[in-house]
Ligand binder design. Sequence first.
Ligand SMILES: O=C(O)CCC(=O)C(=O)O
Length: 262
Amino acid sequence: MALKMACIQLDIAFGNPEENKKRVRSEIEKVMLQQPDIIVLPELWSTGYDLTRLDTIADEHGSDTKAFISELSRLYNVNIVAGSIAKKTDTGVTNTMYVMNRHGEIVLEYSKLHLFKLMNEHLYLQPGKTEGLFTLENTLCAGVICYDIRFPEWLRVHTTKGAEMIFVVAEWPLPRLNHWRVLLQARAIENQCYVIACNRAGRDPNNIFAGHSMIIDPWGEIISEADENPCSIVAKIDLDKVKQVRQQIPIFTDRRPDWYIN
Ligand SMILES: O=C(O)CCC(=O)C(=O)O
């Protein structure tokens, strides 16, 4: 089965959800001219890393984001992996990904499990408590957020359950661009799955971001890659390739989990 993927590598307005909603609406309208099946947005696209102001700008229970993304997915009849947003709950703020299908129904709510201390996430955010498995277009998928990709065992939890596409949403800084590219390729090769990774572009008061959103096939080949600038990348993927690669080198049947230390 072939699917067309689009990553919107947004330049996020710092701490300005209303402006970012305008940008997302306009970028989705533009990218729909290429008729993608699935659109991916970056991490914390509505606020950026304006963590000290989350009290006033985080989305109460994610309600505003859910209504906004649901409207767009129905309007354009498209699946949206809606990056992540700061969600205000009764017990704190989480960095939460929503995935909506073409009918505007939520098929995943996942909150970032591994909080990134280098960007102070642990001081302002609560970690998630659920995994990132979901189904889109009859295909099992996983959603993870930025720093999560440094934990291969977390992605493995999802691919041993059958995930064939891993969606990564990020605000990955430029100084570690090399890690971003190598880790994403490694996650695709070791899990023999598609990796669709959407990073942000631009800068905020503390960081310059790397861009380089990528779509990588189960053999580790980069099908499409952005540069550092705001843009969208669009590419077709063929899910039969996941089965072919998994048959050719059958790591999921050859693995010896009883020998691995947790
Ligand atoms: O792991 C890294 O180097 C970057 C992670 C990050 O920026 C994040 O999780 O927001």
